[in-house]
Design a protein around this ligand. Structure first.
Ligand code: SF4
Length: 239
């Protein structure tokens, strides 16, 4: 049940997006320089590949591996697998068993190895071995949902997309920027209310923020840099 409310739905008020993103970016810069915190694994993999033609494949592969897996495990497994399979053809040559071995210990590593093999086959058969830069085409690939497809578009192709994972969904609802029941609905609502220049940034900023500060249980509200923009809806215990 929502703990606060005042007539007009909070998401209907105009948000100071410039202020919110300025504070989040300042906080990110600070935490990355002062602590061992790191950007989300996919962002790190994308940065490692720069403008390389293999970047879309690297981002797609690491996004598949990241589902239900911690960031540090995802990053290590992605780099291990990409060193042997820099493209779909090499992944098929490795075979599912070896792909699974290299992906271990990511969650569901056997299932993900099978998905990657199916994806690699489709990419070679339909897209000349390239990852398509199109949301609908990405969504047709096995194991690829909206979160993965949006992340590939934003991180690999620098295109517009909003990748909403559990952190983005939780923080946007707590803050009262949206009022939605699922990450998919949060994505659709953000597409309506968030200026496009923030679409790509919202994922890596809020994932890092959700992992370190606006935690699922007992968030660090006393240290929050966006507290004046947050309604703290449904937040029970906080620090
Ligand atoms: S005030 Fe608390 S609930 Fe709101 S964004 Fe900050 S840490 Fe999260």
């Amino acid at each position: 049940m929502r703990s606060q409310g005042s007539g007009m739905r909070s998401e209907e008020r105009e948000q100071d997006w410039a202020g919110i993103f300025k504070n989040l970016e300042g906080w990110r810069k600070n935490i990355l320089s002062l602590t061992l915190a790191e950007d989300p694994a996919i962002t790190a993999v994308a940065a490692e590949h720069g403008k390389s033609p293999s970047k879309p494949w690297a981002v797609l592969l690491s996004t598949i591996l990241s589902l239900r897996t911690k960031d540090d495990v995802t990053l290590a497994a992605s780099l291990r697998l990409l060193s042997k399979a820099p493209g779909p053809a090499e992944l098929l040559k490795l075979g599912i068993k070896e792909t699974a071995r290299l992906a271990y210990p990511v969650g569901f590593y056997r299932t993900k190895a099978q998905s990657l093999a199916k994806i690699a086959t489709i990419l070679l058969e339909k897209y000349d071995g390239q990852v398509p830069s199109n949301l609908d085409a990405l969504l047709e690939l096995p194991g690829v949902g909206r979160k993965t497809a949006n992340l590939v578009l934003t991180e690999a192709f620098d295109m517009y997309g909003i990748c909403v994972d559990i952190h983005v969904h939780r923080i946007c609802n707590r803050a009262g920027w949206v009022e939605t029941q699922s990450p998919e609905k949060t994505e659709m609502r953000l597409r309506e209310i968030l200026p496009k220049r923030y679409w790509k940034k919202i994922n890596y900023l809020l994932v890092l923020y959700g992992q370190n500060l606006c935690r699922p249980i007992s968030p660090f509200c006393s240290r929050c840099v966006i507290s004046k923009h947050c309604k703290r809806l449904d937040v029970g215990r906080s620090r």
